[in-house]
Design a protein around this ligand. Structure first.
Ligand SMILES: [Mg+2]
Length: 224
């Protein structure tokens, strides 16, 4: 029985694209006449972004600013990271749903659905609205005060939809955040592997895998 579907947002429903991050990194390098290339700056930024989680909850925007600030210091850049974060957030807000998404959601109409996303709340609501995507619940890391793969954010969605984990399929592009996180609660999972990544022996095993969302209605019917 599939009583509900939960979706990751970025990389699953919404295309943010790495080119946006490279654009910002290039702007930093140009503005500060750095010898370092944008890819190297982005690698430093990434390393700080995905660094250890602190004790207190930080929004994605705070993490973005903090990690860019650390990258600035590491590369000897004197300046304020804030304008670059503002620019990045405004570019991200223009992100578009993948082409197949509206038709797939229409085909799945009637099955309650939620978004479970590592994102700031108003930011994600705005992007979903701009793309005309409707959900019965939108649970973000900011609303749940924790990030996937932690159980609490998935549990908030289950509570909101009033469904048991075994009756829900979670659809996401991250093996770590989505597939491992949802599986641990007993939810079934569909891994959206748009980049054609190979799963390693230590990686979590999804119940199904797809290159985009086109086959999702069939997959849901099969799982049901
Ligand atoms: Mg994602």
């Amino acid at each position: 029985m599939v009583r509900a579907i939960t979706f990751d947002a970025f990389g699953t429903l919404i295309d943010t694209g790495r080119d946006v991050l490279i654009r910002i990194a290039r702007a930093v390098c140009d503005d500060h006449q750095l010898a370092v290339d944008p890819e190297a700056l982005l690698a430093t930024w990434d390393r700080h972004f995905f660094g250890p989680e602190g004790d207190s909850f930080l929004t994605l925007e705070e993490i973005t600013e903090g990690s860019l600030g650390k990258a600035f210091r590491e590369h000897g850049i004197e300046g304020d990271p804030r304008p670059y974060v503002d620019q990045l957030v405004s570019l991200w807000r223009q992100a578009k749903a993948y082409a197949e998404v509206p038709a797939v959601l229409a085909a799945l109409d009637g099955i309650p659905r939620a978004v479970v996303s590592n994102a700031d709340h108003e930011f994600l609501i705005d992007i979903l609205k701009r793309n005309g995507l409707r959900f019965d619940a939108v649970i973000t890391s900011e609303s749940a005060r924790t990030y996937k793969p932690r159980p609490r954010i998935f549990e908030a969605a289950l509570e909101s939809l009033q469904v048991a984990p075994r009756d829900v399929v979670h659809v996401g592009d991250s093996l770590h955040a989505d597939i491992a996180g949802a599986s641990r609660l007993g939810m079934r999972t569909v891994w959206v592997n748009r980049a054609g990544v190979h799963r390693g022996p230590g990686d979590p095993t999804p119940d199904a895998e797809a290159t985009d969302l086109t086959a999702l209605p069939e997959i849901i019917a099969r799982i049901a």
